[in-house]
Design a protein around this ligand. Sequence first.
Ligand SMILES: Cc1cc2nc3c(=O)[nH]c(=O)nc-3n(C[C@H](O)[C@H](O)[C@H](O)COP(=O)(O)OP(=O)(O)OC[C@H]3O[C@@H](n4cnc5c(N)ncnc54)[C@H](O)[C@@H]3O)c2cc1C
Length: 541
Amino acid sequence: MLIDVLKTHFNGVSSVEIIDTELATSLYGKTTFSEPVTVHAALQVKEKSIIPTIIKLANSQSWQLYPVSSCKNWGYGSVNNVDECGSRIVLDLSPMNRIYPVSKELGILTVEPGVTQQILADYLEKQDWQFMTPVTGAGPNCSILSNALERGYGITPYTDHFSAVTSLKAYLPNPDLCESEYISATSSLDTSGVDFVDKTFKWGVGPYIEGLFTQSNFGIVTEATIRLAPKPKGFCAFYIQCFDESKFGQLVLLIREVMRSLEGIVGSINLMDKRRLIAMVADNPQGPGVHAVMNAQQVISLGNKNHLPEWMVVGSIYGEPEIVRSAKKIVSRLCKGLGKLIFSDGIAIKAGTFLSNLVPVGPLKNVRSQLQSLQEGIDIMQGKPNQVALPLAYWRNPYKKADKSKALLPDQDACGLLWYAPLIPMEPEAMANFVEFVRKTTPKYGIEPLITFTNLRYDCVDSTVPIVFNLKDPDALQAAHACLDELVEIGLRKGYVPYRLNVEQQRKLLAGQISEELSGKLKMAFDPNNVLAPGRYSSRY
Ligand SMILES: Cc1cc2nc3c(=O)[nH]c(=O)nc-3n(C[C@H](O)[C@H](O)[C@H](O)COP(=O)(O)OP(=O)(O)OC[C@H]3O[C@@H](n4cnc5c(N)ncnc54)[C@H](O)[C@@H]3O)c2cc1C
């Protein structure tokens, strides 16, 4: 029935492709934390001019439209499984993948929703732009625009991806306002088509509306202009291996001091614990499908075999070569007595790479794969997208091993993954308490406590704790959700507030708060019939 209606309106229309229920569910309904969500249909949009027609139909037919850009929101989800009446239709904007240069000299360009990290990286390379792609761990096939809308972050110098968005355009779901695209007031009188001021000045005039399109269901965003970080003339990654657990607090202070004194020169800094490092370099010793954490002996022996520390700091320095040299001296001074410091341009890594390439067998085989991962990590820091982080999602997948020679798609490969991503004060005691909380909580549910902290600034730190499980095991699935519920619920009481939530947590956490009341009223102004992604970012709208 729905498909017939869609065919009546869109058959033969070149700007849109209809996808039927079975294929739509298979392409867009799979998640890393649930049974597939039934998607009644999908519309693949090739030209934005068709969007007002779709919005009007959705309003008159009570359809629910779920806009996605690359639909790879692994661990968080994009399509809601709520029992709203009406058909669930995914609006896939990935075929819209054009890039419009604004200033090659200043590194500003406009991307459509389907522009992925790889498409942008290829464009910059081909057109010889001296700027970096804002990459994330989610890899080459993920959209730049939707990551910014989710307020995601990466490790290149402009870490906060929505901060780097200087302007955007969108269609509003309100049937009375959907005919023309929303553009900011700075742009509306410019008839030249260049819109330079609008595209470079983030705030425009009047209320800042663009922010309302992030982590929300207020509009269908058709383009975003972003400011890229320049490729630095000098670059160096640094690694601090701390083998002494009792020095955790000192490490925290070191990172805080580096972030504060080298702000703008040091990008974000990652701090990972030993279990997290093991999950990066070794197979799961329990066997992939087993719902149990590694025992202490396994952690010790895998740690020893792979020379892994209790904690590892990974950071990056960008700038003129003289600045990089000076920053390296400061990092060396600050980290004295805390552990082994390695620089990526140092002799140890260069010699290791050379030797392990020469003799890729025996003990050096292990070193080789670690160095390869290290190199991929360095590439990421320099804005070259790759899949280095994705095998983590396969740690408990008994059916599919991560094969990085192909595109890794954790939802299509039935990987079980949820994220616990809270913000914590950047302070030794608070962070130590958080580590203890995670290490006590997740094993109760058979979930490995894998801890990463990412410092975007020196006041707050974001921890991403991946909850990795066997998706096909119903008990493991239930335990994973219960584990996340406890982490979020108890964590909130301890002051750890998630920066981003999955589709289910979003509804639970915000329910009844004044912020939800207000955004509900705003939603009614933007979308009086609640056709755009109902329940995606709140319990009611
Ligand atoms: C191993 C691993 C590592 C990861 N590392 C990172 C990381 O470093 N940083 C990070 O941020 N994330 C990371 N992720 C999480 C996630 O996969 C990425 O954030 C990914 O970029 C989001 O998916 P997407 O861009 O395809 O989103 P989509 O599914 O396309 O969109 C996400 C949501 O944004 C909204 N949206 C999308 N497009 C539009 C539009 N055009 N108009 C209106 N609303 C829209 C919708 O609400 C949609 O549900 C990681 C995931 C894994 C598995």
